[in-house]
Design a protein around this ligand. Structure first.
Ligand code: 26V
Length: 819
C-alpha cells in the first residue's frame, strides 16, 4: 500500500466528493457520478506525491526530458492510477462496501484517445516507464477537444462519431493558467538595428494564448508523479469596443477563430501526410508553447543559457514536432541575442529524433508558400540552416548534385521535416533493429554516411503494468503466485516462468485462465456488438489501424479461401476458429474503409451459413481502443502480425499479445524478428517474404500477380468472388477496387503493392500449421507459457533505460513522502 494511502480517509474523501460535486449521497449516485467521486479522491492522494516529486526535482536541479509528441494515446487513467498508488484491494473493498463494482466504475471513464495508433500509444507507455523508473520527464502535447473518433459499424460500413471526451469534465486534469504562453502566427519579419546589430521582430501577426493542462503520470509504487502537459488554445484579446473602434475588429474575430479551431480535433490519419495548414498550426502551437516554457523554466534557476542542453533534452516523436529545432534557434537568436554558431550548438545538443515509419506517404514536406506565410521568422531560420548545410554538403561532396537533391532541407518548393530533424539534433533512432538497419542502409543512407555517429536503435517496448497487471488480472495473479511480483517492475524476471511450461498442471491452469479471458471477451462482444462468440473455439486476432501494408486484406482473403474449402468439403477436419478483427480506418482512406466493409460482408455470409457447423466465425469488433484492447489481448490465442516485410517499423501490439500468451503468426518484419529471436522460431508461426526480398522486388519494379492469378485456382476463385457478387449480391461491383488493387496496374502504381497474393500461399500454409498445433493442447499451452516467459525484453522499462543511457543521460530521483 502506498504511504500516502489510508482507507478510512479515502472513503471519507469519496463521500465528501459525492456530496460536494453532485449534492448526493452514495445510494442516490449513478455509476458515472461514483466514478467521478472516486477519481477525485484518487487525485487527492496523487497530488501530494506530485508536489513532492517536483520539489525533489527542483532541489536536485535535475536534467529534464521533454517528450514532444502530437499524440498521447493514454487510455483510461483511474484503474491504472489505483494500481500505481498500490491501493487496488482497498479501493475495491471500499466500493463494495458502498455497493459498487470497481470494474463497472472504471468502465465509466471515457478513453482519453489523443492519438491514432502505435506512435501515440508508445508515448503513453514511455511516460508510464519514465515515472516508474523515477526519471524527470514531461510529456508535451495538445489537448484536443475531440480525440480519435468513435467508430460505429452500420450496414457493415464504418461511421465516424465525434469523441467528446471532455463532455463531463476530466477529473485528473489540472488547468495551469499561470503558465499560459503566447504563440504567434503569420505577419512579417521586420529588421531593426540595435547597437549596430541586426534584430528580427515579427509584426502584424495573429496570436493565441496557449494554456496548459497537466495530467499526473503516476509511477508504480514509488511516489513519483510526472506530468503530461497538454496545451489548450484561448483567444488572446476577446472582443473589445476598443479594437472595434480601431478597426481591428476583423483581426479580433480571426484570432478568436484561430484559437477555437487550432485544438479542435486530432487528425485521424495514421501514416499519411495530407499537407493541411491547420495541422502545421497545431504543430507550431504546441511546440512554441512547450519550448518557450522549457527555456523559461531553465532560466528561473540558471543564468547561463549556453548550458541549456545540460539540463534539458527534447525527444521528437517522429517529425511532427520538428519545428522545435528552428523555434529553439529563434528564441536563442532573437530573445537571448546569441550568435548563430552558439545557438546552433545548443540546439543540436538538445534535440533528438525518433523515426517511426519508412512509408513514403508519411513523410512531412510542407510547401514553402504555406510554411513561410504561417511562420515567417521560423522559415527564415530554416532557410539559413539549409544554406549552411548545402555549403557543407558541397564541401564534402564537390559537384555531387545527387547529394544536394536528396539531403537538402528546402528543395523543390518544400520544407522537408525529416531532413531538418536529422540535421537539427544529435541522435536519430529507429524503433526496432530491422527498422534501424533499413534506415541506415536504404531510407536515410546518405545521412548515415555523412553522420553515422547520430544513428542508433531503440527497440520499442510496452508497459506490463497496463497490459498485464491491469488488463489481465487473472494471468497477472497466476504469474505472481508462481514467481513473485518482481516482474511488475522488472519484466525480464518473468523468465522464471519457463520451468512451469513443462508442468502439465500449470499448463492446465494457464489454459483455464485463457478460457476465462475468452469468456470475458465474449461477454464484452455480446454486450457491445450483440454477437455470440464461442470461447471454446480458437481466437485468432488482428487488431491495429487499418492500412494496406498491415494486410488485413490478406487475412480476410484467407478466411474466404477457408470457407471455400469448407463448402467443398463440409467434413473438413479443422479446429473451430473465430477470426476477430478490430481496426479504425482514416476517414478519407477509401480502400481501407472498403476493406472493413469486406470483412463485415464476409462475416455476414459465413456467420449465417449453418452448413459449416460453426467451424469458422468472423467478427469485427467495433471501436477498437485502448480499453477494449486490454480485454482483447488477454483473450487471444493467435496474434496476427502479417505486414509486408520492411513496412512495419516495429509494431507494439505484437508485444502485448506475446505478454498475454498468444502465439505470433507473422512475417519477419519490425519487432517480430526480435520476438522470434527471444521465444524461438518453434514457438511462433513465421511465413512470407523477407524484407530483403521485398526491397529487391521493389527496386526491380514489383512482380506480376497475374501469374499467380492464372496458375493458382484457389486464389483465382477467391478473387473472382470479389467481383461476382458472392459477398455483395445487391452490388456485385462493390469490391471491384480491391480486386483491381491486387491485379490491375492502373489502380495503383504497381499491382499488389503489398505482395498479398505473393505471400498468400505461404500464409495459408502457416495457418495450417496453426490448426495442427492447436490440436495438441499440451504443446500449445507450453508454447504460450514460453511466450509469456520470453517477453522480458519487450518492456518499455528496458527501452527507456536504453534511451537514458545512450541519448538522454538522466539521473534517477527518489521521492520520500513526509508522513
Ligand atoms: C504519421 C502521420 C503522417 C502525417 C499525417 C498524420 C500522421 C499521423 C501519425 C503518423 C505516425 C505514423 C507512424 C506510426 O504510428 N508509426 C508506428 O509507430 C509505432 C511506434 O514506434 C511502431 O510500432 C509502428 O510499427 C509504426 O507503424
Amino acid at each position: 500500500m502506498s504511504m500516502g494511502f489510508d482507507k478510512e480517509t479515502f472513503k471519507k474523501s469519496v463521500l465528501f466528493n459525492m456530496k460536494n460535486v453532485f449534492r448526493k449521497t452514495v445510494d442516490e449516485a449513478t455509476p458515472e457520478q461514483m466514478y467521478q467521486a472516486v477519481a477525485y479522491a484518487v487525485k487527492d492522494v496523487i497530488i501530494d506525491e506530485w508536489i513532492a516529486t517536483h520539489k525533489e526535482y527542483e532541489k536536485q536541479d535535475v536534467k529534464t526530458l521533454y517528450y514532444l509528441s502530437m499524440e498521447f494515446l493514454m487510455g483510461r487513467a483511474l484503474g491504472n492510477n489505483i494500481i500505481s498508488i498500490m491501493a487496488q484491494p482497498e479501493v475495491k473493498e471500499i466500493l463494495e462496501e458502498l455497493g459498487f463494482d470497481l470494474n463497472v466504475i472504471e468502465d465509466q471513464e471515457p478513453d482519453p484517445a489523443l492519438g491514432n495508433g502505435g506512435l501515440g500509444r508508445l508515448a503513453a507507455c514511455f511516460l508510464d516507464s519514465l515515472a516508474t523508473l523515477g526519471y524527470p520527464a514531461y510529456g508535451c502535447g495538445i489537448r484536443y477537444r475531440y480525440g480519435m473518433f468513435k467508430q460505429k459499424i452500420e450496414g457493415g460500413y464504418q461511421l465516424e462519431v465525434p469523441d467528446d471526451w471532455l463532455k463531463n469534465g476530466y477529473p485528473f486534469e489540472l488547468r495551469r493558467a499561470e503558465y499560459a504562453t503566447e504563440v504567434k502566427f503569420g505577419g512579417y519579419v521586420n529588421t531593426v538595428w540595435e547597437n549596430g546589430k541586426e534584430r528580427f521582430v515579427q509584426e502584424g501577426y495573429q496570436s493565441v494564448l496557449a494554456v496548459p493542462y497537466d495530467m499526473p503520470i503516476v509511477g508504480y509504487g514509488n511516489n513519483v508523479v510526472n506530468t503530461l502537459r497538454i496545451w489548450d488554445a484561448q483567444a488572446i484579446n476577446t472582443f473589445s469596443l476598443d479594437s472595434f473602434d480601431r478597426g481591428d475588429y476583423q483581426k479580433a474575430v480571426e484570432q478568436e477563430n484561430l484559437a477555437k479551431t487550432i485544438v479542435e480535433v486530432l487528425y485521424p490519419n495514421d501514416n499519411h501526410y495530407a499537407g493541411k495548414e491547420l495541422r502545421l498550426k497545431q504543430q507550431y502551437f504546441f511546440i512554441s508553447a512547450s519550448v518557450q516554457r522549457a527555456v523559461m523554466k531553465y532560466m528561473e534557476k540558471h543564468d547561463d543559457i549556453h548550458k541549456f542542453y545540460e539540463k534539458t533534452v527534447f525527444q521528437l516523436n517522429d517529425t511532427h514536432p520538428t519545428v522545435a529545432v528552428p523555434e529553439l534557434m529563434r528564441i536563442l537568436l532573437d530573445d537571448y541575442g546569441l550568435s548563430w554558431d552558439e545557438a546552433w550548438e545548443i540546439t543540436t545538443k538538445t534535440c533528438a529524433y525518433t523515426n517511426h515509419t519508412i512509408m513514403s506517404e508519411a513523410l512531412e514536406k510542407w510547401p514553402i508558400e504555406l510554411f513561410s506565410r504561417l511562420l515567417p521568422r521560423i522559415y527564415q531560420i530554416v532557410e539559413e540552416i539549409n544554406r549552411r548545410f548545402q555549403q557543407k554538403i558541397t564541401e564534402m561532396y564537390p559537384g555531387n548534385q545527387d547529394k544536394l537533391r536528396k539531403m537538402s532541407i528546402v528543395y523543390d518548393g518544400q520544407v522537408r521535416m525529416a531532413n531538418l530533424a536529422i540535421l537539427g539534433g544529435f541522435s536519430v533512432n529507429g524503433v526496432a533493429r530491422l527498422h534501424t538497419e533499413i534506415l541506415k542502409n536504404q531510407e536515410l543512407k546518405d545521412f548515415y554516411q555523412m553522420m553515422p555517429e547520430k544513428f542508433n536503435n531503440k527497440t520499442n517496448g510496452i508497459t506490463q503494468r497496463r497490459f498485464l497487471l491491469h488488463g489481465n488480472p487473472l494471468l497477472a495473479q497466476w504469474v505472481t503466485k508462481k514467481i513473485g511480483s518482481d516482474w511488475i517492475t522488472n519484466l525480464p524476471h518473468i523468465h522464471r516462468l519457463a520451468i512451469y511450461a513443462e508442468d502439465p498442471r500449470c499448463r492446465q491452469e494457464f489454459m483455464d485462465i485463457k478460457y476465462q479471458n475468452k469468456v470475458r471477451l465474449a461477454d464484452y462482444v455480446k454486450e457491445h456488438n450483440g454477437i455470440e462468440l464461442d470461447p471454446r473455439s480458437m481466437f485468432d486476432v488482428q487488431v491495429k489501424r487499418l492500412h494496406e501494408y498491415k494486410r488485413q486484406l490478406m487475412n480476410i482473403l484467407h478466411v474466404m479461401y477457408l470457407y471455400n474449402q469448407l463448402k467443398d468439403n463440409p467434413n473438413l477436419d479443422m479446429v473451430p476458429r473465430t477470426f476477430l478483427f478490430g481496426a479504425k480506418a482514416a476517414a478519407g482512406y477509401k480502400r481501407a474503409k472498403l476493406t472493413i466493409k469486406l470483412i463485415n460482408a464476409v462475416a455476414d455470409v459465413i456467420n449465417n451459413d449453418r452448413s459449416i457447423g460453426g467451424k469458422i466465425k468472423v467478427v469485427f469488433i467495433e471501436d477498437y481502443k485502448v480499453s477494449n484492447a486490454e480485454i482483447i489481448f488477454a483473450a487471444a490465442d493467435v496474434s496476427e502480425q502479417i505486414s509486408t516485410a520492411s513496412k512495419e517499423a516495429s509494431g507494439t501490439g505484437n508485444m502485448k499479445f506475446m505478454l498475454n500468451g498468444a502465439l505470433t503468426l507473422g512475417t519477419m518484419d519490425g519487432a517480430n524478428v526480435e520476438i522470434v529471436e527471444e521465444v524461438g522460431a518453434e514457438n511462433a508461426f513465421i511465413f512470407g517474404m523477407s524484407s530483403d526480398e521485398v526491397i529487391r522486388y521493389e527496386n526491380e519494379g514489383g512482380y506480376n500477380p497475374m501469374e499467380i492469378f492464372n496458375n493458382n485456382f484457389e486464389i483465382r476463385r477467391v478473387l473472382m468472388q470479389l467481383i461476382n457478387g458472392y459477398y455483395s449480391p445487391q452490388d456485385p461491383e462493390l469490391f471491384r477496387d480491391i480486386y483491381n488493387s491486387l491485379l490491375n496496374t492502373k489502380s495503383s502504381d504497381r499491382a499488389d503493392t503489398y505482395f498479398i497474393l505473393r505471400d498468400l500461399p505461404s500464409y495459408a500454409e502457416a495457418q495450417r500449421r496453426v490448426d495442427q498445433a492447436y490440436r495438441d493442447e499440451a504443446w500449445w499451452a507450453k508454447a504460450a507459457i514460453l511466450n509469456v516467459a520470453s517477453s522480458g525484453k519487450f518492456t518499455s522499462d528496458r527501452t527507456i533505460e536504453e534511451y537514458v543511457k545512450d541519448i538522454w543521460h538522466l539521473e534517477k530521483v527518489k521521492v520520500e513522502l513526509e508522513e
